[in-house]
Design a protein around this ligand. Structure first.
Ligand code: GAR
Length: 200
């Protein structure tokens, strides 16, 4: 069984979709630990409801970003994590956290990358005036939302959309494609070849 860690900063609805898919045995993995950088992240309560260990590491409690990330790495290694899933984890992952998990860390982003990387992707797409946006699951590399793409889903922008209605439509797709990407990883079906991810 693939051992997952989920890193969050907020609501944790993607985390919830992953937990549910694992509990329904649609994904051959178990959420072994949830880690938040925010003590008040609502996602922590969701983890507790499912009796999943939830740990908080606050960057402000550490002398440097390296020291903060090293503590996360220790926790991940202690729990023998196979795959790290970033799910609304609103920090740039540095080399200390990434290097032990290169090729074993994935992220969900609320846009069709490489369009609209970084923060507020839904707002960026809305303001730009695109008629199609979406969601992307990708491996994490040392850039911001630049890693090899595993799966994407397109979402229309409607005439009468607000950024909230658009975000909700994207989020529903996120909940569908994130567990799917994890399933493929857990089944050993993904290989990274340069910029491309091959699905066996
Ligand atoms: C999701 O829309 C996720 O794609 C986004 O934050 C939201 C978290 O929601 N992540 C990013 O923007 C990362 N750059 P959730 O906590 O309910 O899963």
């Amino acid at each position: 069984m693939t051992r997952l860690a989920i890193l969050i900063s907020g609501t944790g609805t993607n985390m919830q979709a992953i937990i549910d898919a694992c509990e329904r045995k649609e994904v051959p993995a178990q959420v072994t630990v949830v880690i938040s950088d925010k003590p008040d992240a609502p996602g922590l309560e969701r983890a507790k409801k499912h009796r999943i260990p939830a740990v908080v590491f606050e960057p402000k409690d550490f002398p440097s970003k390296d020291a903060y990330e090293l503590e996360i790495v220790k926790e991940l290694q202690k729990k023998r994590i196979d795959l790290v899933c970033l799910a609304g984890y609103m920090r740039i992952v540095g080399p200390t956290l990434l290097s032990p998990f290169k090729g074993r860390m994935i992220n969900i982003h609320p846009a069709l990358l490489p369009s609209f990387p970084g923060l507020h992707a839904q707002q960026q797409a809305f303001d730009y005036g695109v008629t199609i946006t979406g969601a992307t699951v990708h491996f994490v590399d040392d850039g911001v939302d630049t890693g090899p793409i595993i799966v994407q889903s397109a979402v229309p922008v409607k005439e009468d959309d607000t950024v909230e209605s658009l975000s909700a439509r994207i989020l529903a797709e996120e909940h569908r494609i994130y567990p799917k990407a994890i399933k493929w990883f857990a089944e050993g079906k993904l290989t990274i070849e340069g910029r491309k991810v091959k699905l066996r």
